[in-house]
Design a protein around this ligand. Structure first.
Ligand SMILES: *Cc1c(COP(=O)(O)O)cnc(C)c1O
Length: 391
């Protein structure tokens, strides 16, 4: 915990250089191993009496700065950065669960997480029960004696549904369960799950935290004890982040707050403009007063985020014409960078799902997901309008 602003955390956390003649920016400790002063230092490390760096897979000074920034931003004791968001989720869950334990999660999960829970973790004897969105109010029905983890994601991908973190974490806490939240879409600038009673936060730092579509990285934030347990697993799994990627993450984090402010502002303007367009059937954005999740988002978020989804009038042929006509927006399967991109869930994140499942998730062949960047809002809207006019 600290009393600093998010701006301070982004720019200064982990980087105290007062009274020292050092580089102003964080040097990249591009090394796999660290020289030691002698056998005595090695002995102290072996006995757990020293915090000296030993080997980059365990810890690295550049990586550590990224961790300190994220811990400050999430109001966490500590943070662990990992090779990807998937690695962060795996380390978080394995820090809590052993074979025979159960996870309760949502059907509206990021596709990679869904696969990890349904396939990878199942092979380790950890089973997951997926709650449909409309059933979240009856979540206790899905708990069993063996449930250890409640894993949540909000706003969801791609329909941006909002889940009440404070209410669900309180229910889980009464049952002695650990609540883990994927905070990738909101970022700590807009939402701090630990302040709402959740226990652990995971991130795909590949998205907004890095912010420039140039790294693959993950992070996990929580109590010192939980992060230490996850770090031990990260060492065993070899899921460490490279020092150079850590540097790019630090570099990206410096502007996280201003990027999120600008991108969210753009997203609000874009959602409003899309709602006015005759070729748009429906806009999904928690910032719209008409959105089902508006009150929930208002309660737990400071801003509504930079992801906007909408349904075009028609289906796949109209989506194709729209995609072809766009000039500034790029078709790309990721999100969270400075550049505006769009994706088509039916053929990417939600490919191969049954019609019933797609209906349940509120995804259709007309659904388009926008990742709004930090360009000029009027230009972004102009491009969307001219492309919609051509459908
Ligand atoms: C991308 C993403 C992940 C997975 O992160 P990787 O960095 O690709 O491993 C997890 N959750 C959400 C919400 C994501 O968007």
């Amino acid at each position: 915990m600290n009393n600093h602003s998010d701006s301070w955390a982004c720019i200064h956390a982990g980087e105290d250089r007062r009274g020292r003649n050092t580089p102003l920016t964080e040097p990249i400790a591009q090394t796999s191993v660290f020289a030691l002063s002698g056998i005595e230092e090695l002995r102290r490390i072996a006995e757990g009496q020293s915090a000296s760096y030993l080997y980059t897979r365990y810890a690295n000074p550049t990586t550590r700065v990224a961790e300190q920034k994220l811990a400050a931003l999430e109001h966490a004791d500590d943070c662990l950065v990992t090779a990807s968001g998937q690695a962060a989720t795996l380390c978080a869950v394995l820090a809590v669960c052993v074979a025979g334990d159960e996870i309760v999660s949502m059907l509206d999960l990021y596709g990679g997480t869904l696969k990890l829970f349904e396939d990878g973790l199942r092979r380790f004897g950890i089973r997951t029960r997926f709650v449909p969105f409309g059933e979240l109010g009856n979540i206790e029905r899905y708990f069993s004696e063996r449930t250890r983890v409640l894993f949540l994601e909000t706003p969801t991908n791609p329909t941006l549904r909002c889940v009440d973190l404070e209410a669900l974490a309180a229910i889980a806490r009464r049952r002695g369960m650990v609540t883990i939240v994927d905070n990738t879409f909101a970022t700590p600038i807009l939402q701090k799950p630990l302040d709402l009673g959740c226990d652990l936060v995971v991130h795909s730092a590949t998205k907004y935290l890095g912010g420039h579509n140039d790294i693959t990285a993950g992070a996990l934030c929580g109590s010192a004890l939980a992060v230490a347990a996850a770090r031990e697993l990260m060492k065993q799994l070899g899921a460490c982040l490279d020092p150079f990627a850590s540097y790019l993450l630090i570099r990206g984090l410096k502007t996280l707050e201003v990027r999120m402010q600008r991108a969210s502002e753009n997203a609000g303007a874009i959602a409003g403009a899309l709602q006015q367009h005759a070729r748009v059937a429906r806009v999904l954005y928690p910032g719209l007063a008409s959105n089902d999740g508006h009150a929930c988002a208002q309660k737990q978020m400071r801003g509504f985020g930079a992801m906007v989804s909408f349904e075009i009038r028609g289906g796949t042929p109209e989506v194709e014409r729209f995609a072809q006509a766009l000039e500034t927006w790029t078709l790309a399967a990721s999100l969270g960078g400075v550049e505006s991109t769009f994706s088509y869930p039916l053929l990417s994140s939600h490919v191969g799902l049954t019609e019933a499942r797609l209906r349940e998730l509120d995804v259709s062949p007309a659904t388009i997901r926008l990742s709004v960047g930090i360009e000029n809002a009027a230009e972004l809207i102009g491009d969307l309008r001219q492309a919609l006019d051509r459908t």
